[in-house]
Structure formats: C-alpha cells, structure tokens
Ligand binder design. Structure first.
Ligand SMILES: Nc1ncnc2c1ncn2[C@@H]1O[C@H](COP(=O)(O)OP(=O)(O)OP(=O)(O)O)[C@@H](O)[C@H]1O
Ligand SMILES: O=C(O)C1=C[C@@H](O)[C@@H](O)[C@H](O)C1
Ligand SMILES: [Mg+2]
Length: 181
C-alpha cells in the first residue's frame, strides 16, 4: 500500500468529532507514515488551547494559523494529517490539500453529538444549542467536504480500527496516477 501511495500524504477532513485524530493515528501506523494533527501543531506552537486561541485571538486568527501550518506540512511526504474540522473553509487550503489524497470521514450528526456532548474543548460547540450548531455547520460545509477524493461514511458501531481498514482498502480505487518523467 505504501508503495502504491509513493509517499503521497493523506489528509483527513470532516466535522469535529468525526474521528480524524483517532483514525489518523491508526492509518499512519498501518502505512508506516508519520502522523500530524494540525490542531495539535497549532496549540503546541502557540502554547495555548484552541479555546484560548478562539477567545483571545478570534476565529479568523486561528484560521490563519491553520493555513500557515497546512502550508508547512505540505512540504513533507509520507504523512497522515488529521486536519481541523474547518480546514475546508478557505479556498487557499484546498491548493495544499490537493497535493495529497483527501479523505472525508462523513459521520451522522446524531453520532457527532453523542461523541462530543460532554466535550468542552471545541469552542464552536459552546453554544446554547450545540446539536443545532453541529447540524448547521455540517449543512454549510457538506459541499466543501464533498471535494474530497474519498468519502467514508461511518456507521455507528464501527470501531476506529475498522474505519482505518476500510480507508486502506479504498485507497487503490482513488490513488492518483504518478507522472513519469
Ligand atoms: N469510531 C469511533 N467509535 C467511537 N468513538 C470514536 C470513534 N472515532 C472517534 N471517537 C471518539 O470521538 C471523539 C472525537 O474523536 P476525534 O478527536 O478523533 O475527532 P476529530 O475528527 O479529530 O475532531 P476535531 O475536528 O474536533 O479535532 C473522541 O472522544 C474519540 O475517542
Ligand atoms: O470544525 C471546526 O471549525 C473546528 C474543529 C476542530 O478540529 C478545531 O480546529 C476547532 O475547534 C474548530
Ligand atoms: Mg482532531
């Protein structure tokens, strides 16, 4: 599989709670790739949590940091990258994402809500109606997530390991042909 990918990076996209971080780590192990999480790179280099960054700098500043990290990450190969849920929002980010293979973890809103109901680390969900907020974010972002090379629709009972295996099985059907010189 790794030879088929020829070092091309995998980018996981999807809503918060979709499992990008969880599944991304497993995928990296399977592929012998390194794992990177854009949210973690941002929080580690800023020395602040995502909640703090949103509160103290605002969402636009966070989005700029996210684009900066993505631009840097793209210089490397053999990476599995878990992205932030909003990475799809900026057009410029797509020019980076399309350097690699983009996989959308598509998870029903009910399941996202169950997973994140007790979670306070996602600032966009600190809302009077977190369920409605998830629904409206997904509706707004679905056309953007749909630009992925591969869509994996996640079922409720599926484990992260099963999802990672399903992605590995599907990669040959979408891998981009390499240009030979
Ligand atoms: N297949 C799964 N089955 C059960 N729980 C899962 C599954 N995938 C992820 N989870 C759980 O759901 C929560 C969110 O997962 P994770 O942090 O990987 O999502 P994410 O897509 O990276 O979200 P974000 O965009 O906010 O970073 C975690 O508690 C994780 O353990
Ligand atoms: O969906 C989003 O906009 C976000 C998802 C998380 O990964 C973080 O990047 C942050 O909480 C914003
Ligand atoms: Mg994550």
């Amino acid at each position: 599989m790794s030879s088929l990918l020829q070092g091309v990076n995998l980018y996981l996209i999807g809503m918060m709670g979709a499992g990008k971080t969880t599944v991304g780590q497993l995928l990296a192990n399977h592929l012998g790739y390194r794992f990177l999480d854009t949210d973690s790179v941002i929080t580690q280099s800023a020395g602040r949590s995502i909640n703090q960054l949103f509160a103290e700098e605002g969402e636009p500043a966070f989005r700029q940091l996210e684009s900066d990290v993505l631009a840097q990450v793209c210089a490397y190969t053999q990476l599995t990258v878990a992205t932030g849920g909003g990475i799809v929002l900026r057009r410029e980010n797509w020019s980076y994402l399309h350097h690699g293979l983009v996989v959308w973890l598509d998870v029903p809103v009910e399941l996202l809500y169950t997973r994140l109901a007790e979670d306070t680390t996602r600032p966009l969900l600190q809302d009077a109606d977190p369920h409605g907020k998830l629904r409206s974010l997904l509706e707004e972002r679905t056309p953007l997530y749909s630009q992925a090379d591969l869509k994996i629709t996640v079922r409720e009972e599926e484990t992260p390991e099963e999802i990672a295996n399903r992605i590995i099985e599907a990669i040959p059907s979408v891998v981009k042909p390499q240009v030979s010189h």
